[in-house]
Design a protein around this ligand. Structure first.
Ligand code: XIL
Length: 360
């Protein structure tokens, strides 16, 4: 367990026993706070609370839709805004799936974090080929960024005010990751991507997003240095996304001290900081499920509490129900990394988040 401040220990200690009740409005509330769903509590704090959304359960499961609309004020498309989905063939854009999620968000008063324009995964085969053989790869990347960002500026169901422009460009050692784009264009592809996104929509807030760079480690140092240099050079980068795919047990979550220090130094160079993809793996720890769920609630409480104090303005989970989480597919093991269980019942982690949001 990561070290934590006394404040969050005390508050989270109240969390585990909190009951979950339905209010007259149909919204759920944490009994111990007597207040509403996560998004209402987050509104009162002036932050967005978000979730990654998958198309199939959104279309097929009423409980998925209801929980999402009730609890969250921001959505991220888990997959369908990525290049392989939105530009499956060169010059042919397909926004059907992403528009459906954006329309749902708009209908429920939620904002959208656009994810993601430039990444080394989930690219269509044609784009991989263009980058590999050097057939004007800069034009292809620029056209992709323009196609997607302009759609959500002009013709989409709603504007997308925030984009993860570049995702996961660095290695754990803090070096430039070897990707189709670093090979095709060299390290300057980052600055180019941000400039093109800014040209496509000067009103959108543009983020660099990465994992494993939450605490004060080598990768976080490199992210900070890279963004400091880009900002100094006048590149339009406005924020950094800390993915926050963490777990219970020693070494699987940054200490609150390191997290606070990292957020502070990023904000000191003028960047907004968002948590973009949080989940907390249970299978990194030992002990029975109940103990693990309590430990998991503590991790959620520690991270959210630290982020609120440090000035994070948007806090997104990578999903919200264990019925639809990428973790089992990723680790190859069953897990339970999210605050709602597979039956959409809130877990101790849910109450922990509510409790921290409701605290002063
Ligand atoms: C993941 C999705 O959750 C999976 O469904 C997909 O198979 C692979 O991508 N970092 C990111 C996200 O930035 O886009 C990834 O999403 C998870 C890790």
């Amino acid at each position: 367990m990561a070290p934590m401040t006394a404040r969050f220990t005390r508050r989270a200690g109240l969390v585990a026993g909190a009951a979950f009740v339905a209010t007259a409005s149909g919204a759920h509330a944490d009994e111990s706070t007597g207040r509403g769903a996560l998004r209402d509590l987050a509104d009162a704090r002036g932050i967005r609370i978000g979730a990654a959304v998958a198309s199939r359960p959104l279309a097929n499961e009423p409980a998925y839709r209801e929980t999402l609309a009730r609890e969250f004020s921001s959505v991220t498309c888990e997959n369908v805004m990525k290049p392989s989905f939105v530009q499956p063939a060169a010059g042919t854009f397909d926004f059907q799936a992403s528009d459906a999620i954006v329309a749902f968000a708009t209908a429920h008063g939620m904002t959208v974090r656009g994810h993601t324009l430039v990444w080394h995964q989930q690219n269509p085969a044609w784009l991989e080929r263009v980058a590999a053989v050097g057939e004007n790869p800069a034009d292809a990347l620029r056209d992709h960024i323009f196609g997607v960002v302009r759609h959500y500026r002009n013709d989409g169901p709603a504007p997308v005010p925030v984009w993860d422009v570049v995702n996961e460009a660095l290695t754990d050692n803090g070096l430039m990751r070897d990707t189709l784009w670093s090979r095709a264009l060299g390290p300057r592809y980052l600055a180019d991507a941000f400039r093109w996104a800014h040209e496509a929509d000067p009103d959108s807030r543009l983020f660099y997003n990465d994992f494993g760079a939450e605490g004060m480690n080598r990768k976080a140092n490199a992210v900070h240095a890279m963004l400091r240099d880009l900002t100094r050079d006048g590149v339009p980068v406005h924020g950094v996304g800390l993915q926050m795919h963490v777990g219970i047990g020693a070494g699987h979550t940054p200490s609150v001290t390191d997290l606070a220090a990292n957020i502070a130094r990023l904000r000191a160079i003028g960047l907004d900081v968002h948590v973009t993809e949080m989940d907390v793996k249970l299978q990194t720890g030992t002990g029975g499920d109940e103990a693990r769920r309590t430990d998991q609630a503590q991790v959620y409480a520690d991270v959210l509490g630290t982020c609120l104090e440090a000035g994070v303005t948007s806090f997104t989970l990578w999903g919200f129900t264990d019925a639809h989480s990428w973790i089992p597919g990723f680790t190859g093991k069953p897990d339970g990394a999210l605050p709602f269980d597979t039956a959409y019942e809130p877990k101790p982690a849910y109450h922990a988040l509510a409790r921290v949001l409701a605290s002063d």
